[in-house]
Write a protein that binds this ligand. Structure first.
Ligand SMILES: CC(C)(COP(=O)(O)OP(=O)(O)OC[C@H]1O[C@@H](n2cnc3c(N)ncnc32)[C@H](O)[C@@H]1OP(=O)(O)O)[C@@H](O)C(=O)NCCC(=O)NCCS
Length: 203
């Protein structure tokens, strides 16, 4: 199922056919450096893709991984991850990964802009957040490019891969977002049963 279509990408649900390419780029040490995993095997890839068959974009408290496919080349270029905050369902955290060979072409910018449009549009979100390792300059540059503000620099706040690490928190509010002129299209808008939050919220 395609959730969003951008100029070059189909942002879609992962499928069993993706496991080989997905595992290959996640196992790349350059790609894994600032991520939660050290090794990523075919079994990890299979388990994650299988788990995603049961999940939906927007389900509170669960990470949902979306595949990024170059529509013309029919190549899996990377993925984006989203998790709606279970305690504040108008807030969503995002993560992102591109295969090394697909970096430097603007795919992540394109995917995140579409996700922000969708989140602040039909999903009625109030705030997006992202957390990166403070050394991950490519991730920070990407988040700046899509208009996310750095809100915090936590110092030695996580024990990560054998040492204390520092993290940056980025965020963007609905009122700060201007949808791109080329709005992403959903294949089936009726399939997005997101709650329409009234002013003041529904909590
Ligand atoms: C973080 C990550 C996704 C950023 O990828 P990226 O390729 O730098 O970002 P984009 O896809 O938006 O591409 C932007 C680059 O492509 C260039 N570019 C080329 N064509 C472009 C286009 N049509 N539109 C926009 N940018 C374009 C930009 O100039 C920019 O290059 P620069 O970095 O030299 O300035 C990538 O480094 C990655 O996957 N890292 C490993 C995983 C990871 O650490 N994830 C973050 C966890 S928090």
């Amino acid at each position: 199922m395609t959730y969003l279509a951008t100029t070059r990408l189909d942002v879609r649900r992962f499928a069993a056919d993706d496991v080989a390419a997905f595992t290959a780029y996640r196992a790349d040490p350059d790609v894994a450096r600032y991520q939660s995993w050290d090794t990523f095997t075919h079994a990890h890839g299979t388990a994650l893709v299988e788990a995603m068959q049961e999940r939906e974009l927007g389900a509170p408290g669960e990470w949902f991984q979306l595949a990024l496919e170059d529509r013309d080349r029919r190549v899996l270029v990377g993925d984006v991850a989203c998790k709606v905050n279970a305690d504040e369902t108008r807030e969503m955290e995002i993560g992102f990964t591109l295969a090394r060979a697909e970096q430097g072409r603007g795919y992540a910018t394109e995917a995140l802009n579409a996700l922000l449009d969708h989140g602040f549009g039909p999903m009625h979100l109030h705030r997006f957040t992202a957390i990166t390792d403070a050394r991950n300059t490519a991730a920070a540059a990407l988040l700046n490019r899509v208009g996310m503000r750095q809100e915090a620099h936590f110092v030695d706040n996580v024990f990560f891969k054998g040492e204390w690490g520092s993290e940056l928190l980025f965020a963007k509010l609905a009122r700060e977002h201007r949808p791109a002129p080329r709005l992403p299209t959903t294949t089936d808008p009726a399939s997005y049963p997101y709650p329409s939050h009234p002013p003041g919220g529904i909590r």
